[in-house]
Design a protein around this ligand. Structure first.
Ligand SMILES: Nc1ncnc2c1ncn2[C@@H]1O[C@H](COP(=O)(O)OP(=O)(O)OP(=O)(O)O)[C@@H](O)[C@H]1O
Ligand SMILES: [Mg+2]
Length: 602
C-alpha cells in the first residue's frame, strides 16, 4: 500500500525500466502472469461464500460473488451442488498452481539471463572503452562491478519480482474486496497511506546505506588485490600488518554498514506483521460492531483484506530488501553510462595489407587535460627498420609508442599508415599487427604453450605447431622451455611467478612472434635484467632485424647499438635522430652525454 501511495510512486517503475533494459519484454510477461495468479486465486477464495450458503441450505444472497457463480453454473447447464462446486474449486486451484509454476520458471529464466547479460555487457564495454578510461580506475573497482555488483543486481531483481508479485496480489485482493464491500477497501487505503508516511524515512536510509555498502565492497576488493599482488614485497619488508590493518578497518566498516542495513530491514518486516493485525481488528470492529453488517457478507471481503494486508507486509519486506540491494543495479547503470561516454571511436576501414611502406607521424601533439606531454612530433617509421628510442624518464617515450599503436589518440596532428589516416581504420583490426613487450610483460596463469599461443588450441581453433616452434627458436626460448619438467605444458603461476625476469621477457617475445605481428614494440624490456639475460634478449631482437619493424625503448643505451636509427626525446619532443654511431661520435649530442654517463665501451 505504501508503495501505491508513495510520493515516489514511480520509483518501482523506474527500477522495472532499468531491469527491462537488460531483460527485455519478458519482465512485462512476468507482471502479467503475476496478475493472472492473483485473479485466479481470488476467484478460488470467492467460492467460499457460495459453498457456505450451499452447505447451510439457505437462500442465495444477492451478491456479486454468488451471482457470478450462479451465472456460470447456469451458462454451462450444471447443477448447483456441493460436489460440482468442489470440482470447480479443484479446477481453479489447479490452474493457479500451473500459473504459479510458470511464473517461477519465468523468474528463474529471467534471473539467469540477467546475470549473463550484465556480465557480458560490462566485460564487452571494458574491451570497447578507450584506454584512458583505466587511468584512474583500480582493479578492485572493476572486478567488483563485474562480479559482486552484477550478482547483487540479480539478487535485487529476485526481490523486485517478489515485490511485484505481492503488489499485484494486493491490487487484485483490494479490487475484489472493493467489489464486495467498498467501505472496507477504502478504510485499508486510508490507514495504509498513514503508515507509509511513517516508514518513508527508513526507506530512504536503507537506499543510501545500500550504495555505501557497494562502495565499501569495491574498496575491500581492491585492497585485497593490492595486498596479494604485492605480497612478496610486503612479506620481505615485514609490512603485511600495516596493510592488513587497513583491510580490517574497511571490513569492520563494511560490517557496520551491512548490520545497520539489516537491522532497519528486520524492523520494518517484523513491525508490519503487528500493524497488519491491528488494522484487521479495527476494520472488522468498524464493519461488524459499529456498522452492524452481517458477518456472512463481510467474511469474504475480510479474508481479502487480511490477505491483502499480509501481502502489503510481504511487499514492504521484499521492497526493503530490494532497496538494500538496489545499489548493485544503480552502480552498474552508472558504470555503463560512464563506459558509453568513453567508448573508443573507431574508423570503419579494415585494410587488406598492413605496413607495406611506412607509418608517418605529422605534427603530433598529445595534451590530456591541457597538459602538453607530446609536442609537434614528426617521424617516419619505414617497414623493416629497427628504431631505438632514448630519453630521460618522463620524456614521453611510452606515450609516443602508445600513439603509434593507436592505444591513445593524439590531441592534434595526423598519423598515417601507407598514406591512410589512422582515424579511418578500425582500431582492433589495426592493433592485431602490433606486438608489445614491456619490463613487466603480460603473463597469464596458465601453461607456457597457452601463454604463447593465447589458448590457440582451445575450442575450434588449433594452433600452428611449426609457427610455435619457429617463434620459440627466434625468441631464444628453446633452452629454458626444454629445462622445464613439463616443457610447453609447464604451468607458470600467477603473473609468471615461477619464471625469472628474462624468461618472462622471452616468453612475451615468443608470443608476439607467434602472433606474427608486423611492428614490435619493446618498452624497457631489458631494464630489469642482468647483463647476461639482457644480451640474450638483445640477440633475440637482433634476429628480428629486417624481418619485423621494431621500436626499442631503452634506458640501457647499449641495447640500442644495433638499431638502424636512434631517436632521442626530451620533454615530449624529438631532439635528435641519427644512427647510433653518428650520435655517438658527435660529442655535442645528448646521446653522447648519456652514453658517457653510462660508461658504455664499444
Ligand atoms: N594520461 C596522462 N595524463 C597525464 N599525464 C600523463 C598521462 N600519460 C602520461 N603522462 C605523463 O606524461 C609524461 C611522459 O610519460 P611517459 O610514460 O611517456 O614517459 P617515458 O619517457 O616513457 O618515461 P619512463 O622512461 O620513465 O618510462 C610523464 O610526465 C607522465 O606522468
Ligand atoms: Mg616509459
Amino acid at each position: 500500500m505504501s508503495l501505491i501511495f508513495n510520493k515516489n510512486f514511480f520509483t518501482p517503475i523506474s527500477y522495472i525500466k532499468i531491469y527491462s533494459h537488460f531483460i527485455g519484454k519478458l519482465f512485462y510477461l512476468f507482471i502479467l502472469v503475476s496478475f493472472l495468479v492473483g485473479i485466479v486465486e481470488s476467484i478460488g477464495i470467492s467460492t467460499i461464500l457460495p459453498l457456505l450458503v450451499l452447505g447451510s441450505n439457505t437462500e442465495f444472497p444477492e451478491n456479486i460473488v454468488t451471482d457470478f457463480f450462479h451465472n456460470i453454473f447456469i451458462f454451462f447447464g450444471i447443477k448447483l451442488t456441493i460436489q460440482n462446486f468442489l470440482v470447480l474449486i479443484l479446477i481453479i486451484f489447479g490452474t493457479k498452481s500451473i500459473l504459479v509454476f510458470f511464473r517461477g520458471a519465468l523468474r528463474s529464466f529471467i534471473s539467469t539471463k540477467l546475470s549473463k547479460t550484465l556480465k557480458e555487457t560490462i566485460s564487452k564495454k571494458y574491451g570497447d572503452v578507450s584506454y584512458s578510461y583505466f587511468y584512474n580506475k583500480d582493479i578492485g573497482y572493476l572486478t567488483n562491478i563485474v562480479s559482486t555488483e552484477s550478482q547483487r543486481s540479480v539478487g535485487g531483481f529476485i526481490k523486485l519480482s517478489s515485490t511485484i508479485v505481492a503488489l499485484t496480489n494486493v491490487i487484485v485482493y483490494l479490487l475484489f474486496a472493493f467489489a464486495l464491500n467498498s467501505k472496507s477497501a477504502i478504510l485499508v487505503i486510508i490507514i495504509g497511506s498513514i503508515i507509509h508516511f511513517l516508514y518513508k524515512k527508513i526507506r530512504s536510509i536503507v537506499t543510501k546505506l545500500s550504495i555505501k555498502v557497494s562502495k565499501s565492497n569495491g574498496i575491500i576488493q581492491n585492497l585485497i588485490i593490492q595486498f596479494l599482488s604485492n605480497i612478496k614485497y610486503l612479506k620481505t619488508t615485514g609490512q603485511t600488518q600495516t596493510i592488513l590493518k587497513k583491510i580490517s578497518f574497511e571490513i569492520n566498516n563494511n560490517r557496520y554498514l551491512q548490520l545497520k542495513n539489516l537491522l532497519f530491514t528486520e524492523f520494518v518486516i517484523s513491525s508490519f506483521e503487528l500493524i497488519n493485525i491491528i488494522i484487521f481488528v479495527i476494520i472488522t470492529y468498524i464493519l461488524v460492531v459499529i456498522d452492524g453488517q452481517k458477518i456472512i457478507l463481510v467474511i469474504i471481503p475480510l479474508i481479502f483484506l487480511y490477505k491483502g494486508l499480509s501481502q502489503i507486509a510481504t511487499m514492504q519486506g521484499q521492497w526493503q530488501i530490494f532497496l538494500s540491494k538496489s545499489g548493485g543495479i544503480k552502480t552498474i547503470q552508472k558504470e555503463i553510462t560512464n563506459l558509453d561516454n568513453c567508448h573508443e571511436r573507431s574508423g570503419p576501414k579494415k585494410k587488406t595489407a598492413f605496413l607495406r611502406n611506412a607509418i608517418q607521424l605529422e605534427d603530433i601533439c598529445y595534451r590530456p587535460e591541457g597538459k602538453e606531454i607530446i609536442s609537434s612530433i614528426n617521424l617516419e617509421i619505414i617497414k623493416g627498420e629497427t628504431i631505438g628510442l632514448a630519453g630521460a624518464s618522463g620524456a614521453g617515450k611510452t606515450t609516443l609508442v602508445d600513439i603509434i599503436s593507436g592505444l591513445i589518440t593524439p590531441s592534434s596532428g595526423k598519423i598515417r599508415i601507407d598514406g591512410v589516416n589512422y582515424s579511418t581504420i578500425e582500431k582492433n583490426w589495426l592493433r592485431q599487427f602490433f606486438g608489445y613487450v614491456t619490463q613487466d610483460p603480460a603473463i597469464f596463469n596458465d601453461t607456457i604453450k597457452n601463454n604463447i599461443t593465447m589458448w590457440g588450441d582451445t575450442g575450434k581453433k588449433t594452433f600452428n605447431v611449426k609457427r610455435l616452434h619457429d617463434a620459440i627458436t627466434l625468441a631464444n626460448c628453446d633452452d629454458f622451455i626444454n629445462s622445464q619438467k613439463d616443457g610447453l605444458d609447464t604451468l607458470v603461476g600467477d603473473r609468471g611467478i615461477t619464471l625469472s625476469g628474462g624468461q618472462k621477457q622471452k616468453l612475451a617475445i615468443a608470443r608476439e612472434l607467434y602472433r606474427d605481428c608486423e611492428l614490435l614494440i619493446f618498452d624497457e624490456a631489458t631494464a630489469s635484467l642482468d647483463t647476461q639475460s639482457e644480451r640474450e634478449i638483445q640477440r633475440s631482437i637482433e634476429r628480428l632485424k629486417g624481418l619485423k619493424t621494431v621500436l626499442v625503448i631503452a634506458h640501457r643505451l647499449s641495447t640500442l647499438r644495433k638499431c638502424d636509427s636512434v631517436i632521442v626525446m626530451k620533454k615530449g619532443t624529438i631532439i635528435e635522430k641519427d644512427t647510433f654511431s653518428n650520435l655517438r661520435k658527435n660529442t655535442n649530442s645528448t646521446l653522447y652525454k648519456m652514453i658517457e654517463l653510462q660508461n658504455i665501451k664499444e
